[in-house]
Write a protein that binds this ligand. Structure first.
Ligand SMILES: Nc1ncnc2c1ncn2[C@@H]1O[C@H](COP(=O)(O)OP(=O)(O)O)[C@@H](O)[C@H]1O
Ligand SMILES: [Mg+2]
Length: 444
């Protein structure tokens, strides 16, 4: 079994020594002497379990720890306190609100190992309920919809091979995250992951950006420069918006994919580079191929391992999970009284069609976390008040009737009460409209 990663926070080295008694084959302990050091470690690794050892606690500092544990509540926390600490209300709240379990110091090492084991088991259960981590563990792809489960299986398979991959999907759907997950789970994970947005680099510069240039090869080329592909040596280059790559560079890229060599601009010598290419597009490349804007041979070369990231509206099972994930992730941006989403907000989010996908979800949630005034986020905080489901908590028949009535009175209004025009707008005959008006008791 791989050692499980443990974050131990304690200002006292005497307390930390306790961790030495945990078997190294079971626990990989990372120690932080203060909260800043802990934050740094949390940025560098992913942890499932945290241990807070406070054999001397100043009740005045409980609020600080409370905030910290709250902001990092994806970990299960275990506390170690001196006897009597539980009589302090602040300390008791810290344990009740934020901790999986607590022990009284001095702690018996066996007991500690057992408690940490339970906490870890609990955290893994939570993960199994929808949070997936790549092997590198540093970033999480959240989702448990069948579409996402399938995608994650494909990521695992594609990570095992070295051929180019093509990730397709709408903007903001998670293509870059998927590419990063492939890299992290691949044998190249210790090498660089270099992102190139082909749509953002001016056409005149993109060749030297990608392939590098020799000194003096063009005006402004002051010194020899490595390109981004070379910079990704031993790792992966992620070519985002590959459809925007100018045709002549598509030729260079194809040559790189076939021969694994590149030519710097102004150089006569080819350089061998070991880089995996993952490309992404939000346009249909086959259409671009038919239109002559994308090389067919390059398309086939890239499309050996195609991946489709479904838009968020097609995996509605993930919306709530993602929303909760980002609510916690941006924990430090919210006021402490904000507890989560109202039911109506969850319903509105499920009804929205998310043209900007996960990126839009992140933006709406961050905005709501700043704007929300109550304890729970409401549809209006998310800018989704038009989808507030409160008025349609009625049987479908009634909802249909209401919608029909609304459409008819609206188009009559719009048509200046001209029945023929309104009928035309509604796509029904004049007679049908008269019948519906009678049914709903609407006058012309
Ligand atoms: N399934 C997911 N779980 C967690 N975060 C996600 C997920 N999908 C997308 N994101 C986040 O949404 C944002 C947009 O994703 P990104 O990969 O940049 O989309 P794309 O490359 O398709 O435009 C990023 O911040 C990314 O981390
Ligand atoms: Mg992107």
């Amino acid at each position: 079994m791989n050692a499980r990663r443990l974050l131990c926070i304690s200002p006292r080295s005497f307390d930390i020594a306790l961790c030495d008694q945990l078997p190294a084959s079971e626990w990989d302990v990372h120690v932080a002497r203060d909260l800043n050091a802990a934050r740094r470690l949390l940025g560098e690794h992913s942890f499932l379990v945290g241990l807070l050892l406070l054999s001397e606690i100043d009740p005045g500092r409980c609020a600080e720890f409370d905030d910290f544990l709250h902001a990092h509540d994806t970990l299960e926390w275990v506390g170690g306190f001196k006897p009597g600490a539980l009589e302090l209300p602040a300390c008791r709240d810290l344990i009740l609100d934020r901790m999986f379990d607590h022990l009284t110091m001095p702690v018996d090492a066996q007991r500690l190992a057992a408690t940490l084991g339970h906490a870890y088991g609990h955290a893994t259960l939570r993960l199994g309920s929808g949070r997936h981590e790549t092997d590198a563990g540093s970033l999480a792809i959240v989702g448990r919809s069948p579409a996402m489960a399938r995608l994650l299986r494909q990521v695992g398979r594609i990570a095992k091979v070295d051929a180019p991959a093509l990730v397709c999907g709408e903007s903001g759907s998670g293509k870059e995250l998927v590419a990063q997950a492939i890299h992290d789970a691949s044998r190249r994970s210790n090498g660089p992951f270099v992102v190139v947005n082909c749509g953002a680099i001016p056409a005149a510069l993109i060749q030297s950006e990608l392939f590098g240039h020799e000194k003096g090869s063009f005006t402004g080329a002051g010194r020899q420069t490595r390109g981004l592909i070379e910079a990704a040596s031993g790792g992966t280059v992620f070519l985002d918006e590959i459809g925007d790559l100018p045709l002549e560079l598509q030729t260079n890229l194809l040559r790189f994919l076939q021969e694994s060599t590149i030519d710097r601009v102004g150089s006569t010598r080819s350089i061998r580079v070991d880089v995996r290419v993952i490309a992404a597009t939000n346009v249909d490349l086959e259409t671009a191929v038919s239109a002559g804007a994308f090389r067919k041979d390059l398309f086939y070369r890239l499309n050996v391992l195609p991946l489709w990231v479904p838009p968020l509206r097609e995996r509605s099972a993930d919306i709530e999970l993602l929303a909760q994930h980002f609510f916690h992730k941006f924990g430090s941006e919210r006021s402490r009284k904000l507890k989560g989403f109202s039911r109506r907000a969850l319903i509105a989010m499920a009804a929205h069609d998310w043209p900007g996908n996960v990126r839009e979800l992140i933006n709406r949630i961050r905005r709501a976390m700043v704007l929300a005034e109550g304890k729970l986020i409401q549809p209006a905080d998310l800018g989704l008040e038009h989808l507030d489901a409160a008025p349609i908590r009625v049987p479908l028949d009634e909802a249909r009737m209401a919608a029909e009535r609304h459409a008819i009175s609206g188009s009559l209004q719009y048509a200046g009460r001209n029945v023929s025009h309104a009928a035309k707008q509604l796509g029904i005959s004049r007679m049908t409209l008269y019948r519906l008006m009678a049914k709903h008791r609407i006058d012309a």
